[in-house]
Design a protein around this ligand. Structure first.
Ligand SMILES: [Zn+2]
Length: 684
């Protein structure tokens, strides 16, 4: 369980389309890597009044002129940096051509994995042969016991599943978690929703599922597709909504195996666990308990024949990109084109880098960190985090809505935060993973099996706090409430987020607010339900909790009122944690920036005859990191699924609540974003 800065796995590419350039920067105190002082003003639209639309004021020229790359569903500062990270990783892979890694090493496995991806001719030659053992296993299912055995096995789809993660009741140990799953489309709303776009997606899904059955040689592909969609619609009905899964005390329930068995009375859970390779079940966590019950019920309510169609479709569809071009094209048409609006496939090497990131990422992370992450970045970043930490401490001490018992707990939690910067202290050993240069599909399955066995082996032992769930090369940041840890991979510690040479106002407005955002997750709607040790425990007094919830509700209503499409608005309850993180993060970073000035006025920097104060540069920097645009289908998908508000609102939703922003840009009553002081939300 973790909260991130942005939805993972969206870092798609177009090399150097927006890559940072070194400026002349005459007036700058030091050379910042973007624009004259760290903010790229050539992309601002100063004709827009900052108080009317701050996002557009900061990014308007870019928004008006940038051409969305054909292979992208979304593009912005994050993606530009993602492109750079991808190219950096590629340069490591390219190095293998001249200096082959020693056989058996992690990098040698990564090189072979990559080679198996790039060999498209081999994929065509093999056709659906790699699927055969899986299809045979599915076809041999005759009984409920057979079915459960298959569903428990790594690689097969299931409406419910087991995983391993720290225990919410005692995060020093692991628990076996149960959760919902098993849909082909991104979320239950795609099956059950009534909007025009959802109806359109369902029609396209029918065509896609039919196509997969055609490619598999199914004698009645359209009928098989109907069976699968009917099945998945039943799965969807049992699923919880994304915003329901956020309500911590309802969504996360720690229990023993006997308690969990009551959730799935129609299943022999011990047998299921054994089939999954697990030892005897002990402590467990139900994540969305009734969805697990609903998923298990399908074992009895759906026919074996329907299950077989469902499993067959998923083994092919979930792995379509590791099969022939025909499968890959079908998958692209539906998932990328229809659901995300993308018009061209990404270059194969970029997809290859992404594949390695997801399956053997630390093998390259080690080389990436050594080559691209200077030690001075780590030291500077740790100092910045320390300043943000101090800023929040002083803010918590001054919060008027918080009573003393809660304040003492909050300060204890803050004191116990662990910060991780750049890359892990120890690297994963992939020696047990089987990789064959000629067998892509098998490599992917081997990676999944390796990962599952690795996790199973951890059960019973103490939780490994050194483990990372992002790679060093990843452009993201995260907070894990069970570990009370914040993590900043090397990938994000670059301009425009962070630059050792940048104007401090810019670093504080970008990575500073990102740090604040992550710290803020420790105190958002979910994080606030976990204590300083990561135990899920209510450490609030009822009175203070009520004030916190009331303030969050006001913020939720603000975001509910932002509607990117006439028929689709932001869901305040879904995005509440991220919105609290953004608001708190910006305020914390602003406080830290002011404290860093030590009572002195920040220098004014003049660009093209216009003076920019430190405060102005701070807020412009935040607006710059969220510079982004998205295709409509992708934007709609994210509104349904993503706990983060769209980039525009990560700027325009936050600013109206920040007093210093009004002063910095002279925002007054009558400006479109103006909120009277009594309507501004202040939480942290
Ligand atoms: Zn976040």
């Amino acid at each position: 369980m973790r909260m991130t800065l942005l939805l993972a796995a969206s870092a798609a590419a177009l090399l150097a389309a927006c890559s940072p350039t070194k400026p002349a920067a005459v007036e700058t105190p030091k050379a910042a890597a973007i624009g004259a002082f760290g903010v790229d003003l050539t992309n601002a639209d100063t004709a827009v009044k900052p108080g009317d639309d701050f996002f557009k004021y900061a990014n308007g020229k870019w928004l008006a002129t940038f051409q969305m790359p054909a292979d992208k569903a979304r593009y912005g500062s994050f993606d530009a940096l993602g492109d750079k990270s991808e190219a950096d990783v590629k340069s490591i892979i390219d190095g293998f051509a001249t200096t082959a890694p020693a056989a058996g090493t992690n990098v040698a496995k990564a090189a072979d994995f990559y080679a198996s991806w790039m060999d498209e001719a081999a994929l065509e030659t093999r056709g659906i042969e790699p699927l055969k053992p899986y299809l045979d296993t599915i076809n041999a299912i005759n009984t409920k016991a057979d079915l459960l055995k298959v569903v428990a096995t790594v690689g097969y789809a299931s409406p419910f599943g087991l995983g391993i993660e720290a225990d919410t009741a005692d995060p020093t140990r692991y628990a076996v978690w149960g959760a919902q799953g098993g849909l082909g489309m991104p979320d239950r709303e795609y099956y059950l929703g009534k909007t025009e776009s959802q109806v359109k997606y369902r029609a396209a899904y029918k065509a896609y599922v039919t196509k997969i059955f055609e490619l598999l040689g199914d004698p009645a592909p359209a009928a098989s597709a109907d069976t699968v969609i009917k099945f998945e619609t039943e799965v969807a009905k049992g699923h919880w909504k994304q915003e329901e899964l956020r309500v911590t005390d309802k969504a996360f329930k720690a229990m023993d195996a006997a308690g969990f068995k009551k959730l799935v009375p129609n299943i022999d859970l011990d047998k299921f666990a054994t089939d999954a390779g697990l030892p005897a079940l002990a402590n467990m966590v139900a994540y969305g308990d009734t969805s697990i019950t609903a998923g298990a019920k399908l074992v009895d309510s759906q026919s074996i024949a329907a299950w077989k169609k469902y499993l067959t479709f998923h083994i092919a569809s979930d792995n379509a990109t590791f099969l022939t071009k025909a499968f890959d094209d079908a998958s692209f048409e539906f998932f990328n084109k229809t659901l995300s609006g993308v018009s061209a496939k990404r270059d194969r090497w970029k997809r290859g880098v992404q594949l390695l990131d997801g399956n053997i990422g630390e093998a390259l992370g080690e080389a990436y960190a050594a080559k691209f992450f200077p030690p001075e970045n780590k030291a500077k970043m740790e100092a910045l985090v320390g300043n943000l930490h101090t800023a929040l401490e002083s803010r918590i001490k001054g919060l008027t809505w918080m009573d003393e018992p809660t304040r003492a707990e909050a300060l204890k939690k803050l004191a116990n935060f662990e910060v991780r910067v750049g890359y892990p202290n120890k690297w994963r050993d992939y020696s047990a993973m089987q990789v064959d240069k000629a067998k892509l599909f098998e490599n992917v399955m081997a990676a999944r099996t390796f990962e599952w066995k690795r996790q199973v082996a951890q059960l019973g032992g103490p939780v490994d706090r050194e483990e990372w769930d992002m790679n060093a090369q990843t452009v993201n940041a995260s907070y894990n409430p069970l570990m009370n840890q914040i993590t900043f991979p090397a990938g994000i510690l670059q301009p425009p987020f962070f630059d050792v040479n940048a104007d401090p106002a810019v670093n504080y407005g970008a990575i500073g607010a990102v740090i604040g955002h992550e710290i803020g997750h420790g105190f958002d709607d979910q994080g606030s339900a976990f204590d300083d040790k990561g135990v899920q425990r209510d450490w609030w007094t009822a009175e203070t909790k009520a004030k916190f919830v009331a303030a969050a509700d006001v913020l939720n209503k603000q975001y509910d009122s932002y509607c990117p499409f006439p028929d689709q608005c932001i869901i305040g309850k879904l995005t509440t944690g991220e919105n609290i993180g953004d608001l708190g993060g910006v305020i914390m970073a602003y406080t830290a920036y002011q404290e860093s000035l030590g009572g002195k006025e920040a220098p004014v920097i003049t660009v093209d005859g216009v003076d920019y104060t430190g405060d102005q540069r701070f807020f412009l920097s935040w607006a710059q990191v969220w510079r982004a645009m998205a295709r409509e289908d992708r934007a709609r998908q994210l509104l349904t699924l993503d706990p983060h508000s769209p980039p525009e609102y990560r700027v325009n939703g936050v600013m109206p609540n920040v007093d210093a922003w009004y002063d910095a840009f002279g925002v007054k009553e009558g400006d479109k974003m103006y909120l009277p002081p009594e309507k501004r939300v202040r939480i942290w």
